[in-house]
Design a protein around this ligand. Structure first.
Ligand SMILES: [Zn+2]
Length: 267
């Protein structure tokens, strides 16, 4: 497959980070608010200099990324998201509290999506055009809500290895479980992430081998990383190695999910 990317590029690389922090637990389990140790696993994302280190690493490699943000985190940590935007990255919606919205009526689901977009705008000045569902399934109204409210794309689906369009006009920028750091490295006690911590070599092998395939077939390589995992000191070393590996290949299009979606609409 060739010819789908701009300027003769061979494949797209979309680095995305889901900024879940403590709401990765609390979104569906409010009782975690009274579990200081578990909560601190997520608060690490704010208390350690995760974002300064991550943003400096992205600058070093001259790549722009997409950060998916639960609305409540934009309210509580506006400076973090203002800085991410200032450094040229994209911000997108990722639930209000990283909660499952599958059972919500359409009006309430709409209200939360718009509140999240407003919170991101308030923090950063940027009006998000993308969304990734957090903490549960994609609902029967979710994609219509996004299309009806001016969103360009959703990145919750796994249904292809290239972007695709829905009947309502929304573009899907697919994301993949094999590109999710949680599944490899989040051995959190008492959670449903059924993993033992893997060697960084395993992550390097999976992610570089995946890149080889996406590059060979000319596809859309989308990571689904989490600052609380990949932003650990060793995780950043692994990300640095991964980006060094990708840089050996010519004609790679480093793009945000928004840039990919915009390209796909006019393609
Ligand atoms: Zn998430």
């Amino acid at each position: 497959m060739s010819g789908v990317w701009p300027d003769g590029k061979r494949c797209a690389v979309v680095l995305t980070f889901d900024c879940d922090a403590e709401y990765v637990f609390m979104g569906n389990k409010p009782e975690v608010a009274d579990m200081p140790r578990m909560k601190s696993l997520g608060e690490y994302e704010w208390n350690a200099p995760v974002y300064p280190r991550l943003l400096d690493l992205l600058d070093k490699h001259r790549v722009k990324a997409t950060f998916f943000v639960p609305g409540i985190n934009a309210v509580n940590h506006p400076d973090v998201f203002a800085e991410i935007r200032k450094r040229g990255h994209e911000l997108a919606c990722h639930g209000w509290k990283h909660e499952d919205t599958i059972k919500l009526p359409k009006e309430e689901e709409t209200r939360r999506v718009l509140a999240t977009r407003d919170a991101i705008k308030e923090a950063s000045g940027y009006a998000a055009v993308g969304n990734r569902v957090a903490g549960g399934e994609v609902g029967s109204n979710t994609h219509d809500i996004l299309a009806e409210n001016g969103f360009l794309y959703d990145s919750s689906m796994r249904g292809s290895d290239l972007p695709y369009r829905l009947g309502n006009g929304l573009t899907i920028v697919p994301s993949y479980y094999d590109m999710d750091d949680f599944h490899l490295f989040a051995d959190y006690p008492g959670t449903s992430y059924n993993t033992r911590i893997q060697s960084p070599e395993t992550g390097y092998q999976i992610w570089t081998n995946s890149f080889d395939g996406y590059y060979h077939y000319g596809l859309c390589y989308t990571t689904m990383f989490h600052p609380q995992i990949i932003g650990k000191p060793g995780g950043l070393m692994l990300l640095d190695r991964l980006l060094n590996y990708i840089e050996r290949f010519p004609a790679v299009w480093h793009a945000t999910a928004e840039e990919v979606a915009k390209h796909w609409v006019k393609k």
